[in-house]
Write a protein that binds this ligand. Structure first.
Ligand code: PCD
Length: 791
């Protein structure tokens, strides 16, 4: 700092810049009931669509008789697979290079699969008419898990696919097999664990839906739909339906939560589009709760087995993992194309492990499509759960304290960038420090004493730790693409003459608060008050091309693009400032919100004055206007770190467990809006708690989905939800323009293992190594009484 350094820079917090816990601007409309969700879209002449779904899980369709449905007054159209087939639309490609039935033609392959649909004057007529459709099914044997799917005599579910002679949808492998074998040969101790991460459902409060509006006069197709990735949908419609891309407009309005559920393209969207083209009227489809729960993107359903090679002194020498994942009838989830099991191989990235090997097998079953990245960056929830359960088991086998075991194996702070055993490059972190903050906060030693004391009276207390780093922010485009479309993102910033601005990005908020936080990044870069910037996302006619919001990629990618676009605007504003100040550009200095003359700091112009000049007083030869766009292709993923510590008390008589305390230490680099970040962590922890304690979607032997409503599939309310104690550590991301890393999913990813580890710690000495989630009281009770694992 020189003596002439002026001190007129704006107080960044006051203008709502980076680090301000600015109130969420979108909440102004949400809490007033003024949000504009899919069901709020009402167009003149709009018709309504309802879907007839299969009651059985596996059956050949003998016949479909729709005549009675056509006779219901008010019915405009009835669609079957056969009719879709005449337009080559009975099947559609998925985002994972598979195919999925839009409407079943040959067979139904899961309960709830789309069989026919009715378009009518109102949704009630459409629903009644669906019930008038008669379908004759010839039932087939049903497969509901990988063991059945892989049996020698198993019926082939995907007999529609040429060359498919079994129920395997992929085999995939990564890591160093030979090196790992050697590590195991040298090990003093080999620790083993097997577990099932059960099927779960993202269940956003708002279900899926669409309003398709084809205008024959202009040839324009507008589709309002609940999608987390509008531009991917536009590309898919253009490439698959071969409609002209410039005449397709996808609008994703306000979304009542996404959580990965709104990434896949569902048959309902496709049918509403075709129905609008055929009827030449807008067609609305709104899914009901049960349809959402039984037919749309499930998460998890992975069987994991693993082994860890250990040296007696606690050093991890290598890891072997195998997964069998149940993808349901269609491989419909989205992940970067070259990674079949998502980023599951990001497991063990925070530990310094020389070698590892993973084999992954995906199978088809008679269940709805699964494997969706429910609040995780493509299967990392499963990866981190497995990792932290394995680490706890290994520490126990070695007789080393679980915190100490983690600390001794962590990647060190001075060892970044660090190459993980599966080949990722982690960017930065202070893992031991995060753990220590957490241990101090929960008073680890104190709790251990309390636990030992309580045990004397037969009370079961437990403490569980879960540490993880998550790969957030796909791309870079070299490694990450979906169906060949490279993963990067974008922002476009227009500053108006009075210094107000509009910002658009290729991301799509679903409740995360982008309207609030993106404006904060612009405020940070330009010194414009955040309140002067309006943020828009989700309309492909206006937003720059982007890959959408999932995998906590928005801050790492679109957020970076926002900073870069703002910097381009600042560079142009500098030219305007030089002109206004009548000095050369090199003599102009910047401080937040203002340019000034280096030799005369009192002589300056504000960014708003530059904006006005861009339209009213630009120098000769300078293009008018003040706007810029930026496409950002990140050099790497961002790697936030989380340490979650939970204490519980288990009732030895009933198996009921209560959470005593939850301490969360998150390092997501620089926080744009600390309040929003904390909200993300609390929401994430709540989902973690739900999965570990109560959520269960299962299927009976006939493939009936048990858990198709909120009476059976439980969402935690404020009453069950424990209180959270949040702490932070800040390790700025070295390659992100504002040092931020993603955070949206971290607590859901890392959280479940902390709850389960805590209960398992309480059960230590009772002969139990693993109880599969959800840890319902009867399962915990069974483990206590049988002194055996429960799956
Ligand atoms: N941030 C800040 N700072 C930092 C980071 C971040 O501030 N450092 C913030 C931002 O800006 C935003 C948020 O926070 O606002 C978040 O972010 P991120 O992390 O980036 O993320 P995104 O991308 O935006 O988002 C996504 C995520 C996901 S993925 C999910 S599931 C979930 C989460 O997000 N979802 C949801 N969260 C949430 N929230 C809400 N409300 N809603 C929803 O729906 Mo996936 O893959 O899809 O499964």
């Amino acid at each position: 700092m020189t003596l002439t350094e002026p001190s007129r820079a704006l107080d960044e917090i006051k203008i709502g810049g980076m680090g301000a816990s600015r109130k969420r601007v979108e909440d102004n409309r949400f809490i007033r009931g003024k949000g504009h969700y899919i069901d709020d879209v009402v167009l003149p002449g709009m018709l309504h669509m309802e879907i007839l779904r299969s009651p059985v899980a596996h059956a050949r369709i003998r016949s479909i008789d729709t005549s009675a449905a056509w006779d219901v007054p008010g019915v405009r159209l009835v669609l079957t697979g056969e009719m879709m087939a005449t337009r080559n639309l009975a099947w559609m490609p998925t985002l994972s290079y598979d195919t999925q039935a839009v409407l079943a033609t040959d067979k139904v392959r899961f309960q709830g699969q789309e069989v026919a649909c009715v378009i009518a004057d109102d949704p009630y007529i459409a629903k009644d008419a669906c019930e008038a459709i008669v379908v004759e099914y010839e039932q087939l044997p049903v497969i509901v898990n990988p063991t059945q799917a892989l049996a020698a005599d198993a019926p082939i579910i995907r007999d529609d696919k040429q060359g498919q002679h079994d129920n395997v949808c992929f085999n995939w492998e990564v890591g160093d097999k030979d090196g790992t074998d050697r590590a195991f040969a040298e090990a003093d101790v080999v620790s083993r664990i097997r577990m099932h991460y059960p099927r779960s459902h993202p269940s956003p409060l708002e279900t899926c839906g669409s309003v398709a509006d084809f205008d024959r006069a202009t040839g324009k197709l507008t589709v309002y739909m609940t999608t987390q990735a509008p531009h991917i949908v536009r590309a898919a419609v253009a490439l698959i339906a071969e409609l002209p891309e410039h005449l397709i407009r996808i609008v994703s309005p306000d979304l009542g939560g996404g959580f990965g559920n709104k990434v896949p393209v569902y048959p309902g969207y496709v049918m509403s589009i075709l129905a609008s083209i055929l009827t030449e009227r807008p067609v609305k489809w709104i899914e009901d709760r049960t349809s959402n729960l039984i037919s749309t993107g499930f998460g998890r359903d992975v069987y994991l087995t693993g082994e860890m090679a250990l040296r007696q002194d606690g050093k991890i020498l290598g890891v072997r993992m195998h997964t069998d994942s149940d993808h349901g009838a269609f491989f419909g989830d989205a992940q970067p194309s070259k990674f079949k099991i998502g980023l599951l191989h990001s497991a063990f990235s925070c530990y310094d492990i020389p070698t590892a090997h993973l084999t992954a097998r995906g199978v088809y079953t008679n269940k709805a499509p699964g494997g969706v990245a429910y609040r995780c960056s493509f299967r990392v929830t499963e990866a981190m759960f497995f990792q932290e359960r394995m680490v706890q088991a290994a520490a126990e086998d070695l007789g080393i304290d679980q915190a100490e075991f983690r600390r001794m194996n962590f990647v060190r702070d001075d060892d970044f960038p660090h190459r993980t055993p599966f080949g990722f490059l982690t960017d930065s972190g202070q893992y031991a420090k995060c753990l220590q903050v957490g241990l101090d906060a929960i008073d680890y030693e104190g709790f251990r004493r309390e636990q030992a004391e309580a045990a004397k009276n037969g009370r079961l207390l437990g403490i569980g730790i879960s540490c993880m780093t998550e790969p957030l922010g796909a791309g870079n485009s070299r490694e990450y693409d979906i169906l060949g479309i490279k993963m990067f993102d974008s922002a476009e910033l227009r500053v108006h003459m009075t210094g107000k601005a509009i910002l658009r990005t290729g991301a799509k908020t679903q409740g995360q608060g982008h309207e609030t936080t993106w404006a904060q990044i612009v405020a940070h870069e330009l010194g414009l008050p955040a309140d002067d910037i309006v943020v828009e996302e989700g309309d492909t006619d206006t937003a720059p091309f982007g890959m959408g919001t999932y995998a906590s990629r928005s801050t790492p990618v679109a957020g970076a693009a926002v900073a870069m676009a703002a910097r381009k605007v600042r560079a142009k504003a500098r030219k305007l400032a030089a002109h206004l100040l009548e000095v050369s550009e090199e003599d102009v200095e910047w401080e937040l919100g203002r340019f000034y003359v280096r030799s005369a700091p009192d002589r300056g112009v504000t960014i708003q004055e530059c904006a006005m000049a861009a339209y009213s007083n630009m120098p000769d030869g300078l293009e008018p206007g003040l706007e810029a766009n930026a496409y950002y292709d990140p050099p790497n993923l961002t790697w936030p770190f989380g340490c979650y510590i939970v204490t519980v008390e288990v009732d030895p008589v009933t198996g009921v467990w209560d959470v005593l305390r939850v301490v969360a230490v998150d390092d997501c680099g620089v926080r744009i809006n600390p309040m929003i970040v904390e909200g993300q962590i609390m929401g994430g922890l709540t989902e973690a708690y739900a999965m570990s304690s109560m959520q269960f979607i299962t299927f009976d032997a006939e493939g009936n989905c048990i858990g198709s409503n909120f009476m059976d599939y439980l969402l935690p309310t404020a009453w069950e939800t424990p209180g959270y104690e949040l702490h932070e550590v800040v390790t700025p991301c070295p390659h992100h323009p504002i040092g931020a890393k993603g955070i949206g999913e971290c607590a859901t990813v890392g959280g479940p293992a902390a709850f389960v580890n805590a209960v398992m710690d309480a059960l230590k000495g009772h002969g139990v190594r693993n109880v599969d989630m959800p840890l319902l009281p009867d399962r915990v009770h069974e483990a206590l009484t049988t002194r055996a694992d429960v799956s």
